[in-house]
Write a protein that binds this ligand. Sequence first.
Ligand SMILES: Cc1cc2nc3c(=O)[nH]c(=O)nc-3n(C[C@H](O)[C@H](O)[C@H](O)COP(=O)(O)OP(=O)(O)OC[C@H]3O[C@@H](n4cnc5c(N)ncnc54)[C@H](O)[C@@H]3O)c2cc1C
Length: 381
Amino acid sequence: MIRISDKSLCCGCTACATVCPAQCIVLRRDREGFDYPVANPDLCINCGKCEKVCPMQQLSKPSETTAVYAVRAEAHLGESSSGGVFPVIAGKMIEEGGVVFGAVLEPDKRVAHYEASTMEELQKMRGSKYAQSDLYSTFEDIAYYLKSGQKVLFSGTPCQVAGLLNSLGGPQENLLTVDFACHGVPSPGLWEKYVKALEASKGSQLKEVKFRDKSEGWRHYCFRYDDVSVPYVDDPFMALFVQDMSIRPSCYSCRFRAEGSGSDLRLADLWSVSKAAPEFDDDKGVTAVFVNTEKGAAALEVLKKTALVKQIDENMAKEDNGGFAAVIAVPEKREEFFKGVHSTKDLIAYMSTYVVRRPMHIRMYRSVRKRLSQIKRRIVK
Ligand SMILES: Cc1cc2nc3c(=O)[nH]c(=O)nc-3n(C[C@H](O)[C@H](O)[C@H](O)COP(=O)(O)OP(=O)(O)OC[C@H]3O[C@@H](n4cnc5c(N)ncnc54)[C@H](O)[C@@H]3O)c2cc1C
């Protein structure tokens, strides 16, 4: 029976709950706002299946990357977070009659996985949402589609892909898996409280949220809600995310980040683009695509037909990217921060007090670089 005594050993992927024949495992939210499996001992039949599929306990083989590419799909640069690779691959899956599972923002701005079988449904999946997504019954639904012979694309965090593959008993012929470099997932409970706090300050419900608005550039992206847009470093939710304060305990030493998850493809922001593929660099976004399997290589051929593609060096593609780090240090004040979230009357002000302001010279350097890249983009236009 699954028992989580050390929270850093559960990534919340739902594989255990999916395979439980007694259906005795539910996910419950903890004080930090993350979901963990809880088994009902009265219903548990001690079959041990939950432990066998847990990707944190049953270590899979590391991914073997065969090639890495810089990719830029012009049509999706506006809505996607990097170079718009995901929508091209997902669009092809839908054209072929398959189903795509990816993360969307629900009407109340909670982050959750949904399925898409039309191009219209796919649009909402574009772009990063910075909170751990609720998978609901995604793994069960995927198993059902695969059994009925349908093609499926699953896109999610590395730990979600590892959990899905374990729950299915390994890679499946009709399943394409895409994950991304992921430096961690912020607490969904904190995100939901933050949405409520923003709504209270505005006096109305949020209509639209974009975690990575590129109108000021890809590198210096903004967090936007309705008509308010602020540089991500100036928004407390985003700042605490990039400072690793609000991510899940299992993210600090995530093995899927450094070793891979078994996914066919891994996507990442190509932050080293000015060295790796300077001809693609106009600050609108470029994705680094890591090809790990033959299925992944076939998907790359699809990309070559509609996007700019250039093979690049793997180590260079990982430069300046925390999404490949083996270990991330736990901030000293993390525990104190989460404790205070429940008692504060002004969440936005409270969160701001934990944001570490960068030293003046770094802020000035950033602002000069931002100005220069804006000028460069105008010249390119
Ligand atoms: C929590 C998080 C952390 C990330 N950390 C890094 C990082 O450290 N380094 C890096 O290079 N890239 C990171 N990324 C990924 C990166 O921002 C881009 O999403 C990726 O490069 C693909 O971009 P794209 O333009 O090709 O497609 P996009 O259209 O941006 O792709 C979006 C895809 O991401 C999926 N997705 C979005 N939000 C979530 C979520 N919360 N949970 C699961 N799936 C989601 C969508 O379903 C969709 O398939 C992170 C993304 C997330 C969500």
